[in-house]
Design a protein around this ligand. Sequence first.
Ligand code: FAD
Ligand code: N01
Length: 533
Amino acid sequence: MSSISTNSSYDAIVVGAGFAGIYMLYQLKQQGLHARVIEAGDGVGGTWFWNRYPGARCDIPSMEYSYQFSDELQQQWQWSEKYATQAELLRYANHVVERFDLADDIQLNTRVLATHFQDRTQSWQIQLDDDTTLHARFVVMATGCLSVPNVPNIKGLDDFCGPTYHTGQWPHEGVDFTGKSVGVIGTGSSAIQSIPLIAEQARSLTIFQRTPNYSIPAHNAPLDEEYVRSVKENYAEFRADNWQRGFGANFRDNDTSALAVTDEQRLAEYEDRWARGGLAFLAAFNDLVFDDDANETARTFIQGKIAGLVNDPELAQKLTPNTPVGCKRLCVDTDYYETFNQSHVELIDLQQDPLQEVNAQGLATRNKQYNVDCLVLATGFDAMTGAISNIDVRGENGTTLTEKWAEGPKTYLGLATAGFPNLFLVTGPGSPSVLSNMLPSIEHHVEWIAQCIEHMTTHQLTRIDAQTTAQETWVDHVNEVASATIYPNCNSWYLGANVEGKKRVFMPYLGVPPYLEKCREVVANGYQGFSLT
Ligand code: FAD
Ligand code: N01
């Protein structure tokens, strides 16, 4: 991939070379535009470039968690498992770059430090960490919702003598835990995927849990050829059907209330979903994320499963959440709960015995010192706003994005933010993003942005900006939808609650179909809510 820019003026600069940045570049090149992707990592793939911890894989089935813009690509690419591994997803990202000849326009090992709107030229000046300055009419932030590792502010973390690994910045050469005593902080999706595999190698494994999470078995397996054939025969219809579903994925949404069926029917539905595995559990009934009583039935069911999987009842209790199911992002696992039955695996409940510090030898809770050889931080991300906030973004009249978003992110449709003309966000806060199958959501956003740019070119328009009133109405709507759900009822990263000092605001928008309809309507009404000049 190229590293030297010969021309510092572009139609568009795209920040990030994950699935969003790759496809944005493809779309811009299709229009004959002069575009460039700037990527901090030394490879493409974003999430799948950085998260190389043991067990990392998608939890939306591969046949759905994949691009659909090219029928040839989706017909020819062969996924090997129901849920593709990180390595396979990374191969796929590289394949797409190669197949569509995108590499020369992707600049790796380079970080965007700042992007300032120039009122005089109505364009952006972009500052890179190699001291280069670029200029572009448009900037597209394809910086990722989960791309900035959250390193917790724990006293003494730097004093630890052994190696510390964050799951979101895992060494490329892998880590061999054979014979080691390992400490893991965190019990979110990354921990839940990696703990069973670390346990297979480690001499001892100590897991420091602040809040337990619900996890559904993945039942991952090699893909059934017959299933693949049937999907590929009707791929377009399959994809179109998924767009009609709340999370944009084939969760077999059941349009019945959990409270409108008999106990036997409800149990049968949950058992069926548990047996099939995966996130579709959350679509077992249509009110699980809206009604606390409905949610309680799912909670009771999973609590029973945990009690059945973990031999020691006291330990099972510690592993059992008391929050609504799905309030924190639901996890999907292979043998997570069963791992705690192994004698060399120990769970430390930080609610009972809080973590005081990390020191040279390991971790100290209020009551005990735990010596470990290595430490794994499965502590998540500064989600949704972290990557954008790390860039010094200044819009019209030099206003900083940090100032504008001091009370939480404000966007119009998660695509743009008022006062920052010609700057687009892919799966920004205020769009379904992390509450959806993200690859289709990424494609939808990229296509919306590409069409908007094409529209501007055709009509010789030079500037687009979200209107403040339209943005306020949208932000209010996002909050109104969220307030009718269970989502505000726990400390999740959806709310920014995992990062100290972050404003507590529910960031994603729930509901793929109404969102798509709104985006269509906005375009049909001449980019309603945007000012185009
Ligand atoms: P990313 O893949 O995060 O890429 C953003 C890129 O921008 C990164 O490479 C980063 O280095 C770069 N970047 C950021 N800031 C700068 C800067 N200032 N300068 C230069 N480069 C910069 N979603 C699902 O729908 N299904 C799943 O099963 C699923 N599994 C996941 C598993 C893990 C472990 C994680 C962490 C996330 C998962 N997600 C999943 C969400 C996932 O992030 C998205 O599906 C998708 O990969 C995001 O693509 P992206 O291109 O938007 O962002
Ligand atoms: O991060 P998380 P993640 N002391 O924020 C704990 C996607 N993903 O990387 O809950 C002690 O979920 C924290 O505790 P608490 C998916 O969208 C998907 O696991 O804040 N503990 C929590 O247990 C996912 O939701 C997959 O009390 C501390 C954990 O660290 C998102 O990425 C796989 C702490 C962080 O959990 C993030 O997942 C991986 C502290 N100071 C990721 N600080 C798939 O399966 C934090 N914690 C597809």
